[in-house]
Design a protein around this ligand. Sequence first.
Ligand code: SF4
Length: 336
Amino acid sequence: MKRWNDYKDFLISRYGFPVYRIGVDGGFSCPNRAPDRSGGCVYCDALGASASYARTKESGFTRRSGFESVPPQSGSACTGSDIESRIAGIKVQIERGRDFVRRRYCSDKVSLYFQAYTNTFASVEDLRRIYSESLQMGPFVELIVSTRPDCLGSEVISILRELRTNVQDLWIELGLQSGSDRILSLMNRGHSSACWLDASRRAAEAGLDVCSHVILGFPSETEQELDATIDLINRSPVKALKIHNLHITAQSRLLEDYFDGEITAASEARHLENTEYVLRRIRPDIVIERLMCETPSHRLAAPRCFPDKSLFLADLRRKMENDGAFQGDLCRKQSI
Ligand code: SF4
């Protein structure tokens, strides 16, 4: 019996087949970082949440690699900053990703995922070109655009709504991280919980699907603040959720506090507790896309003693079975 609303099952019931993501780096930056990419959210590792498989200069490292406080920087596949070079770089990544999915899964059912940094942080003209020319490389089942709530103005939403006709579903991944404005300020997120709720509602009203991200285990977060995150998610039109445990990574602003002994990262036992707590209280219809963070070993300062994803998921399933717990079984009814 399934304990949570699993993403893989959702894809098969929605489309009738498994769907694989092609993650691309579109050469975007982030308004929360300075032009030299300093600053930003305190947990951001300066690679802007780019996928580990997109970090081409880091391919020599393994799961057993030790931590390196200043690891080599990954090169973006979008080598030039002008729009033509960026689009050319995206097309190369799409071809590579599609070849990989064909070889590994014998499938052509793919979604296009713009993951790194803030993928709506550009002029309206550039956004229209980047997305429409990328989609011409399709067919894609979904287009998934990861961004910040303060970068989702009405013009951006209009463009995305136009593009919606090229795919079966268009998802916006909208980082929330916490429903507490105190924690958002400590994280240096640069937006409030109200800003996130407003953006998620405007996206949903335009027919876009919204997936959100939350981080569990932030230093000094109280149970009331975690409840505020849960209540906000339940009141929002969010259809999917990614849950992360806080990772302290190379080149992040949290690293110094960690080395000074000011903060710690949650153990597996703590993250199991936190995750079960959240799962039981969020709406049962929300699809769970992720339950833990994965950072390449050489970039991860803490937690170092944490199982890999399959072991963590097995431990979570066992814990929820022992507790007789299911997603949403303690959810309080809220109006959206
Ligand atoms: S919004 Fe994303 S890319 Fe920007 S600083 Fe925060 S984590 Fe990094």
